[in-house]
Design a protein around this ligand. Structure first.
Ligand code: ASP
Length: 585
């Protein structure tokens, strides 16, 4: 090595020894007679000292020619600092330089390589290799590394084996849109990149592997929403001879292991809730359970008193915003405007103030007596000082809107601390959801998910009411994982495909290999996959998964550093038998 120590390593105990450090120039402070350089590497920062009369003049000349981010090698004596820096692990010492060598000069970086930077998103992505020098970004990748290591340690301890599944597979019509890759050797034919290794991991169960996992790249060509990446990573898992309970327990173990070993955090036992309850109590299948403010339905109490908005509503539902009775008229008007924005789409917001003196005052006093309001207050369990917020209308819409309002109130009241973690299993998802546009049923999880045995008769009579053996793990209001117990019987799987609108021939063409495999002794099996990038971002207390990916794409799905996607040459196009004319950018 060109160095004897890293820039994060030297301590007072090393005083009076010589050391050689390498790294990047963070800052230079030139006071004339004394010159300090902060030298940085992945491990930390160490202060270099040059002093008139003590340090050779030619070293001052070199030091004065340095710029930010020059790559240096410095040798010297470790000495105790006169003014120590308690914020730096190496802050008790400095290196009194006796030799200094520029290993490579650097152009001035286009933004500050500092915890707080002046670089905008696009600039930082274009020069991602510089952005990665910054502590916060580097720490995120270190966290990701520890997460992956601890995942492998835990899974290995549970007898899972890591198997790689192919990346060039076959396009299927179900799920999101596929990324496709033209096959040169098979003109006119395409591979698809996997949206997940779902069918392969099931085949591994048929092969008898019993416990499989993989930390694996998946690809989905979806319209990019704020925090989506076209390629992302899953912790993908599958087990044989299990029931739902086995999966919930084992993977709750994984998550708690990760919290304990990576964050030193004792995650409480993960509570469980059915999908139906989650929708009723939070209007969401991924509720943020760091705070309460559960929905309370008021429809039966409020109708028939002449208030048309409530009388015509399918659902009237409210939350108790505790301690918010002091909200001014202006604040409530602002909240009302907030829920009326097109993104939320509520028609309005009704409120009841539970005043400090115990009286109740609502925005619909014209229609309701104090006695009426008392009934509402009792049901919502309000105390003096609380504020009831009510939304009404079509049940599904009202729930969605109140969910947004609840989250917003949680944020405003500081109830969504990123350093507090609340996990929840959501169970018993519906098997299907109806696509109004396509006028057909879609698998809510995927077509390989088994119905609850007791709901199999509903497949014919009322598919929408059939529940699946499917589960999601939610942390702080974000879905971090999901899975199901699978179908392992050919007939049931074929029936499922037919309910999803596949003809027998289509099912055979698309998934014949799986249907065939089910005839050669498929064991009962089930599994789960966790969104690894998302899990890292939650552990890191950050909103964006991008910060936890070394080289992410921007919001338009572009890698602005390597400038991809890009056009290919006419010769390549021809070789791939792609004849469509593609316009140049
Ligand atoms: N393959 C599924 C997914 O990507 C997860 C699973 O069912 O195991 O969501």
């Amino acid at each position: 090595m060109l160095r004897t120590h890293t820039c994060g390593e030297l301590r007072l105990a090393d005083a009076n020894t010589t050391a050689t450090l390498t790294g990047w120039v963070q800052t230079i402070r030139d006071k004339g007679g004394v010159l300090w350089i902060d030298l940085r590497d992945r491990y930390g920062i160490t202060q270099l000292l040059l002093e008139d009369g003590q340090t050779a003049p030619e070293l001052f000349t070199i030091a004065r020619s340095l710029g930010r981010e020059f790559v240096l090698k410095a040798t010297g004596m470790v000495i105790e600092r006169k003014s120590k820096n308690p914020n730096l692990p190496t802050g008790d010492i400095e290196l009194k330089v006796t030799a200094l060598k520029i290993l490579n000069p650097a152009k001035l970086p286009p933004f500050l390589i500092d915890d707080e930077t002046d670089g905008g998103d696009d600039l930082r992505l274009k020069y991602r290799y510089l952005d990665l020098r910054r502590n916060p970004v580097r720490r995120n990748l270190e966290l990701r590394h520890r997460m992956a290591q601890q995942t492998r340690l835990f899974m290995d301890g549970q007898n899972f084996i890591e198997v790689e599944t192919p990346v060039l597979i076959k396009s299927t019509p179900e799920g999101a849109r596929d990324f496709v890759v033209p096959s040169r050797m098979n003109p006119g034919e395409f591979y698809a990149l996997p949206q997940s290794p779902q069918t392969f991991k099931q085949l591994l169960m048929v092969s008898g592997f019993d416990r499989y996992y993989q930390i694996v790249k998946c690809f989905r060509d979806e319209d990019l929403r704020a925090d989506r990446q076209p390629e992302f990573t899953q912790i993908d898992c599958e087990m044989s001879f299990v029931e739902q309970e086995d999966i919930l327990q084992l993977f709750e173990g994984l998550i708690r292991h990760l919290f304990k070993t990576v964050k030193g955090y004792d995650l409480a036992e993960v509570p469980r809730m059915t999908y139906a309850d989650a929708m009723r109590l939070y209007g969401s299948d991924k509720p943020d359970t760091r705070f309460g403010m559960e929905f309370v339905e008021l429809t039966d109490l409020v109708q028939g008193k002449g208030f048309g908005v409530f009388d015509s509503a399918e659902l009237v539902v409210g939350i108790n915003a505790t301690g918010c009775a002091s909200y001014t008229r202006k604040q409530i008007d602002e909240l009302t405007d907030w829920v009326k924005r097109p993104q939320i789409g509520a028609k309005g917001l009704i409120y009841v103030r539970h005043n400090e003196d115990g009286t109740l005052k609502s925005s619909v006093d014209k229609f309701y007596s104090e006695e009426d309001l008392k009934g509402w207050s009792e049901r919502l369990n309000t105390k003096p000082g609380d504020l009831i917020l009510i939304i009404s209308g079509d049940a599904n819409k009202a729930r969605k809107q109140l969910n947004e309002l609840r989250l917003e109130m949680g944020s405003r009241l500081g109830l969504r601390d990123p350093n507090v973690f609340s996990a929840l299993w959501v169970l018993d998802f519906p098997l299907f959801e109806y696509g109004e546009e396509e006028q057909r049923w879609f698998a809510m999880h995927h077509p390989f998910t088994s119905p609850k045995p007791e709901d199999i008769p509903l497949l014919d009579s009322d598919p929408g009411a059939a529940r699946a053996n499917a589960y999601d793990l939610v942390i702080n209001g974000t879905e971090v994982g999901g899975g199901s117990i699978r179908i392992f019987n050919r007939e049931l799987q074929a029936r499922m495909f037919s309910l999803l609108g596949f003809s027998d021939d289509e099912a055979k063409a698309q998934f014949g290999f799986l249907l065939d495999a089910f005839e050669y002794g498929a064991p009962p099996h089930g599994g789960i996959a966790f969104g690894f990038d998302r899990l890292c971002s939650i552990f890191g207390g950050a909103d964006s998964i991008r910060d936890f990916i070394a080289f992410p794409k921007n919001n338009s799905g572009r890698d602005v550093m390597i400038d991809s996607p890009s056009t290919i040459s006419p010769a390549q196009m021809q070789e791939l038998s792609i004849t469509t004319t593609v316009s140049n950018k």
